[in-house]
Write a protein that binds this ligand. Structure first.
Ligand code: NAD
Ligand code: UDP
Ligand code: UDP
Length: 317
């Protein structure tokens, strides 16, 4: 009998939007994948098609509790990413980022695994520097409704860098900018999924504020490639590294692009802008381009088409 020597990879938050795509990619790359999730904002259905694969294992577990498993690499994605979800139980959100990081770093320390943190552009808050470079320290409200997510993620970055300095752990910190694609939860509340679902159902498109705020949207496949490249990069590249698509759009432009693609009779309606909503966001990805030879390929138009196709399919079911 041949003894297989596959890389054992843990993906926390593996049943979520990004996590499920990452599990798929790692299996295709020949890894043994352990997907850990408490299904707070993810769905078993996102990984149901992987369950028959003998190299895939799904474990229900909350990362705020210790986890003793043997692995070679850890992608730490566990954390609700949509404002609706992370603000529903803000104390749990901070615990997930902070206690979750401590536990996964402790696990990485014991097993000598390389560990990647899914950080976020939210560490820049409502930025006064545009586009955002990794050297920018950000402008974050420590006591607002987004703080559980922003400050939790900032503290997780601190923990990653302290474990690196103090225990020489092999860390990688990715600052992920708005990413979209198939398997976003239809009620997840993020802008791309909201607009597509509203357009497909002929409902009003809900623009928060006047729609002049900007975001830069990255298609999921590009993001997964970037994360895998970062994990495989030389040990000295610890980050933080911005990962995202620098093509910037106003929210109004996004609404119009979705409406043009979907057609239908939806109207645009303006609703109040949520507290602390960042006015502009665009990654400077020079570092990722130079150090990882990575940049996104998929233009918004193409990414929207694939995402619309996905939602059309699941909404008909
Ligand atoms: P998601 O909500 O779809 O996925 C997060 C997953 O983590 C879910 O499956 C959820 O059930 C799980 N989870 C939450 N708390 C947990 C806990 N305590 N223990 C175990 N599992 C837990 O969101 P996503 O968009 O896939 O985001 C994945 C990661 O990437 C998150 O850490 C997020 O902060 C980060 N990120 C995403 C984006 C984006 O635009 N998608 C942008 C910046 C950062
Ligand atoms: N931990 C874990 N799995 C492991 C090793 C550690 O979940 O395989 C958790 C454990 O709960 C611990 C935390 O990670 O409290 C931090 O570990 P570390 O070794 O840094 O600290 P200590 O054990 O000294 O508190
Ligand atoms: N947004 C909107 N309508 C919606 C959902 C979101 O206008 O139905 C806006 C939101 O106010 C923000 C932007 O779209 O300015 C992106 O929101 P999302 O929650 O997707 O991501 P984040 O604010 O975390 O970047």
């Amino acid at each position: 009998m041949q003894i297989e020597n596959k890389k054992r990879v843990l993906v926390t938050g593996g049943a979520g939007f990004l996590g499920s795509h990452l599990c798929e990619r790692l299996l295709a790359d020949g890894c043994d994948v352990l997907c850990v999730d408490n299904f707070y904002s993810g769905l078993k259905g996102n990984v149901a098609h992987l369950l028959a694969n003998p190299h895939f294992e799904l474990m229900r577990h909350d990362v705020t509790f210790p986890l003793y498993v043997e692995v070679d690499e850890i992608y730490n994605l566990a954390c609700p990413a949509s404002p609706i979800y992370y603000q529903r139980d803000p104390v749990q959100t901070t615990k997930t980022s902070v206690h979750g990081a401590i536990n996964m770093l402790g696990l990485a320390k014991r097993t000598k695994a390389r560990i990647l943190q899914a950080s976020t552009s939210e560490v820049y808050g409502d930025p006064e520097v545009h586009p955002q470079q990794e050297s920018y320290w950000g402008r974050v409200n420590p006591i607002g409704i987004r703080s559980c997510y922003d400050e939790g993620k900032r503290c997780a970055e601190t923990l990653f860098f302290d474990y690196w300095r103090q225990y020489s752990l092999e860390i990688k910190v990715a600052r992920i900018f708005n990413t979209y694609g198939p398997r976003m939860h239809p009620n997840d509340g993020r802008v791309v999924s909201n607009f597509i679902v509203q357009a497909l159902q002929g409902k009003d498109i809900t623009i928060y504020g006047d729609g002049s705020q900007t975001r830069s949207f990255c298609y999921v496949d590009d993001m997964i490639t970037g994360l895998v490249h970062l994990m495989a990069s030389p040990k000295k590249l610890v980050g933080p590294v911005n990962m995202g698509n620098p093509d910037e759009f106003t929210i109004l432009e996004l609404a119009e692009a979705v409406l043009t693609k979907v057609g239908g009779k939806s109207r645009l309606v303006m609703l109040p802008l949520p507290e602390d909503d960042p006015k502009q966001r665009k990654p400077d990805i020079t570092l990722a381009k130079q150090q990882l030879a990575w940049e996104p390929d998929v233009k918004l138009e193409m990414g929207l088409e694939k995402t619309i196709e996905y939602f059309r399919r699941i909404l008909i079911k």
